[in-house]
Design a protein around this ligand. Structure first.
Ligand SMILES: N[C@@H](CCC(=O)N[C@@H](CS)C(=O)NCC(=O)O)C(=O)O
Length: 290
């Protein structure tokens, strides 16, 4: 020990700095490795053949504040697949939420989760659709998830007139909200829709809602009398705008301007969420508009 200290004292400044950086790197790597090891030890044993659905906590007026969690859980219910919720902030191996584990296999991205379960369990919620209708359903789903989602994200997170709902729901500090907004600004800028003005974003949102509303018309579900896979996605997204768009300035938009979409939301809720009131945190279903 003594000779080690002596050697250290005899080093010049740059060698001492190099030595310090080396020590810090070794300590960090050991700490991370140790954490990973202990985490692995603590890894939970889940029942076999049950989907473990990792998602953030319940939402105040819909079962989640993320449309993708409502989508995935609705799919599990529609396909009657046994599942267990694990609420928390742990992201998928792809860095997003929600995600699933199935017999020890983690799967990220809701569409990939659904594809994998369809394949493993022989589920096909689109079996009554013609090839042309499958094409339309896919286009509607992609518009909902990859276009409308980013518009609604900007309206909820960036343009909200009143952020108190978000602050209270997520128990965020103002600083954390600022960080989330920064993250969403960066994401939407890279995606492209974040480069538009607020007016342009709002106009695009109207156009998406109008297209979906016109397409559904008087049908019960997106593609007719029977619900299909894309309904999970659509319902997940609409559930946010219909039930929990508080503070956005568009709280009553669906109810006032697109009554067939409001009826659709209620129909999906009735068909797949008989326990809705137990799955929301606000105690009792809120009227869609104030
Ligand atoms: N395509 C993904 C989208 C999931 C998604 O965007 N989740 C959001 C929450 S609504 C998220 O995890 N955001 C964190 C981030 O992007 O860093 C899926 O279907 O799972």
């Amino acid at each position: 020990m003594e000779s080690l200290l002596e050697t250290f004292r005899n080093l010049d400044l740059s060698q001492k700095i190099l030595y310090g950086v080396g020590c810090a790197a070794v300590t960090t790597v050991s700490f991370v490795a140790l954490r990973k090891l202990t985490q692995k030890e603590k890894r939970k044993e889940y029942p076999r053949d049950t989907v473990i659905l990792h998602q953030i906590g319940r939402g105040p007026y819909a079962p989640s504040m993320t449309p993708f969690a409502v989508k995935l859980e609705t799919y599990l219910r529609m396909a009657r697949i046994p599942y267990q919720n694990v609420h928390g902030m742990q992201p998928s191996p792809k860095g997003k939420v929600p995600w699933i584990e199935y017999n020890g296999q983690p799967i990220g991205d809701t569409t990939l989760c659904i594809n994998c379960l369809n394949q493993k369990l022989g589920v096909d919620l689109n079996k009554r659709l013609s090839p042309a209708d499958k094409g339309i359903a896919q286009a509607m789903q992609v518009m909902t998830e990859e276009h409308l989602y980013w518009l609604l994200a900007q309206i909820r997170w960036l343009y909200s007139r009143d952020a108190s709902f978000i602050l209270e729901t997520f128990k965020f500090s103002k600083f954390f909200l600022w960080m989330i907004r920064r993250h969403i600004r960066k994401q939407t800028w890279s995606q492209g829709l974040g480069r538009h003005t607020e007016e342009e974003v709002v106009e695009m949102m109207y156009k998406d809602f109008q297209s979906i509303s016109d397409f559904i018309g008087m049908k019960k579900f997106l593609m007719g009398d029977d619900p299909c896979e894309a309904d999970c996605s659509l319902f997940g997204m609409l559930s946010q705008a219909y039930w929990q768009f508080n503070g956005s300035g568009f709280e009553s938009l669906i109810k006032d301007k697109y009554p067939n979409l409001a009826a659709y939301c209620e129909r999906m809720k009735e068909a797949f969420w008989p326990d809705w009131d137990q799955c929301i945190t606000h105690g009792g279903t809120r009227e869609a508009t104030k």
